[in-house]
Ligand binder design. Structure first.
Ligand code: FES
Ligand code: FES
Length: 216
């Protein structure tokens, strides 16, 4: 059956078997971030976005995605790197196998609920299992990421250009370098992560790169 599926911005037109799972379709097209954990829709390792919503790609047929848009971690590298840095800094990434699924689910959550509380986080991510971290470190990383996103939004909102500011007040334009520590991303990029130990170093390895290319 011929399908046309948009994957990470590229349109793929292909004749596929009607029983081909989305996870297999994606991995056949080089999206190795999409991990196979349980294959019973229970672990969340295979989470991707389908038209912006998180879905378990082991539980959906590729033909169901005909003329739809699928995004994997390879399609959101920058955001994945940012968020993965917070998780690694809290020691929440150990073997890293669950990270791509956790990242995709968290990014979807942040779009739906920009400022979730702990209960909302737990409910949203209840289907993303991790056998290593015990979840507390992941929760700390998620909370810090949310706080950082909030401070970013705040600092973006305080930038008012003169022509938008009207007559009421002086424009309070704050350039990034003047905005103080709240506006500064606390994200460690993988190549900067060296000083705080093994967990940080794994950021690059598993959250993004493992995902990209190990083919596991
Ligand atoms: S492999 Fe899809 S939910 Fe576990
Ligand atoms: S399963 Fe190992 S870090 Fe989550």
């Amino acid at each position: 059956m011929e399908v046309e599926i948009r994957v990470n911005g590229n349109t793929i037109i292909e004749d596929i078997r009607p029983d081909l799972l989305l996870i297999d379709f994606l991995r056949q097209h080089g999206c190795f971030s999409v991990k196979r954990g349980c294959e019973t829709s229970n672990c969340g390792c295979c989470t991707v976005h389908l038209d912006g919503k998180p879905v378990l790609s082991c539980g959906i047929l590729a033909v169901r995605c005909d003329r739809h848009e699928v995004v994997t971690l390879e399609g959101v590298r920058e955001e994945a790197r940012e968020f993965g840095g917070f998780i690694a800094d809290e020691g929440g990434e150990q073997c890293g196998y669950c990270s791509p699924g956790l990242i995709m689910a968290t990014l979807a959550m942040m779009r739906e609920i920009p400022d979730p509380d702990d209960d909302e986080i737990k409910e949203y991510l209840a289907n993303n299992l991790c056998r290593c971290s015990g979840y507390e470190s992941q929760m700390r990383g998620i909370r810090k990421y949310i706080a950082w996103k909030k401070s970013q939004r705040k600092s973006n909102n305080t930038v008012r250009m003169p022509e938008q500011a009207g007559s009421a007040a002086k424009p309070t334009v704050r350039m990034p370098e003047q905005a103080g520590s709240a506006a500064k991303p606390m994200v460690r990029m993988p190549e900067q992560a060296g000083s705080t130990g093994a967990a940080s170093k794994m950021t690059a390895v598993s959250a993004v790169s493992s995902a990209e290319g190990d083919g596991v």
